[in-house]
Design a protein around this ligand. Sequence first.
Ligand code: AMP
Ligand code: ZN
Ligand code: FE
Ligand code: FE
Length: 276
Amino acid sequence: MSALVDLHMHTTASDGTLSPTELVRVLGRTSLRLVAITDHDSLEGIAEAKRELANHPQITLITGIELSSDDGDSEVHVLGYHMDESDAELHEVLAAFHRNREGRGELMVAKLNELGFDISWERVVEIAQGGVIARPHVARALMEKGYVSAMSEAFDKYIGRGMPAYIEREKMTPQEAVALIRRFGGVPVLAHPTYTHNPPALVASLAEVGLAGMEVYYKNYSPEVVSELKALADRHGLLALGGSDYHNNGESDEVMPGLVGPPEENGQRLLEMGPG
Ligand code: AMP
Ligand code: ZN
Ligand code: FE
Ligand code: FE
């Protein structure tokens, strides 16, 4: 499949490994016409991406972000589109998230040191290349020392939720994430709903507090999952969106941008919800 729309991708502003410029160059070689960059808790990659987009006039960029929240013991990600990356107050809110992520990252490294792994916080920061610290950076530090052979092994054994070196982030509920995005004029969209325990209940509760859409066309979702999620979105009048969640993570089975995405008209409707 060749997609025209991909609304979920990461850069070095969070845990992707391509800079915004490099990512946009990759996008320029695909069928994509409408894209969004959605770094974890960060809008820092947007300005650079926009500069490179001047060289790819066929592509329209929607500003995006992916906020992490917790619903009991499950992690819920909420995408926010059309946020204003120059808003000073929003910048402050995100800077607090970044500080929290740093403290948490350092604590995870300390736990891993206690478990006998010789990795350093300085190296994790280097791996993050100036971006917001996220667990994949810690996973890479473990991987390059040969302690694990794949990112997923680091999560499954050590830094995944409930594992010995896992540290919680500061708690925000999914409802608060939706409210935060609304407060700054953004459009809140539930990311990869199947990662949560009870998607129908969560979607119903978030729809009540202003959720505008949910991912339906995501990475490796089967046609069956897509049709179930599409029905759920329709039931609540939510826009059915999605994308590749591309990180350039180095794994051979990673879904590339341009291979999966929502129908063009859904992307168009999201585009129209933004500032002119
Ligand atoms: P953080 O925001 O620091 O909690 O890190 C979460 C990110 O880690 C997710 O957005 C994914 O990119 C990545 N991740 C989570 N679970 C796994 C896993 N099992 N294998 C590989 N990457 C994962
Ligand atoms: Zn990520
Ligand atoms: Fe996510
Ligand atoms: Fe993501």
